[in-house]
Design a protein around this ligand. Sequence first.
Ligand code: SF4
Length: 214
Amino acid sequence: MQYKLDKPVHGEIGVGRYQCSIEWRNGNFICDEPPIEGGADKGPDPFTLLLSAVASCALVTLRMYIDHEGWHIPSIAVNTNLYQETKEGNTTTIIDCDILFLSPVSEEQKVHLLEIATNCAITKLLEGDVKTRTFVFRDGDTKNIHYANDEITVVWKPEFCQHSTRCWTQLPEVFDPKVRKWINPEGASSERIDRQVKKCPSGALEIFYNEKKD
Ligand code: SF4
């Protein structure tokens, strides 16, 4: 299992309503809620961010295809919006994506480009099988089990483990839930194990460097 982003999107909120600081791999921006929801509208709200993802992915995909074909279509615009319908207790979300070519485009090209935009990565993702998993980081005193090599000790707190699968899918040389002693600290370098332990979302893994014996 490999994450799409090397660096996760990181968000933080304080007591101000409701500005969140969102950090991405090359900068940060503010996300907020509109006044009707109690915010100050200092940045895009989560629905706007979702629709921005649809719009930008469609535009980038179209630009790539147009450039590949060598067509002269200098400017394209996209409007995205959504509405929701509830029938018999089930809510369906409909996202509309309207493409406007701001320069002459033949009907044949439009048919091709509509198909290309419909298959952009974000649209396919939203129409596919999407699951959201939420974890909470815990720390505190609980039963823990130690796995050590000469240099490091990995501590596992089974009560805190939320079975995210992150450790054993990303570093199977060290974490293998199929064997009894499931953490093998000899399986990778200490630095690599350290990096992986820090990705545990639940606080179930900790690492410390052993005191050197003379
Ligand atoms: S990464 Fe942490 S929470 Fe996920 S399976 Fe491993 S120990 Fe458990």
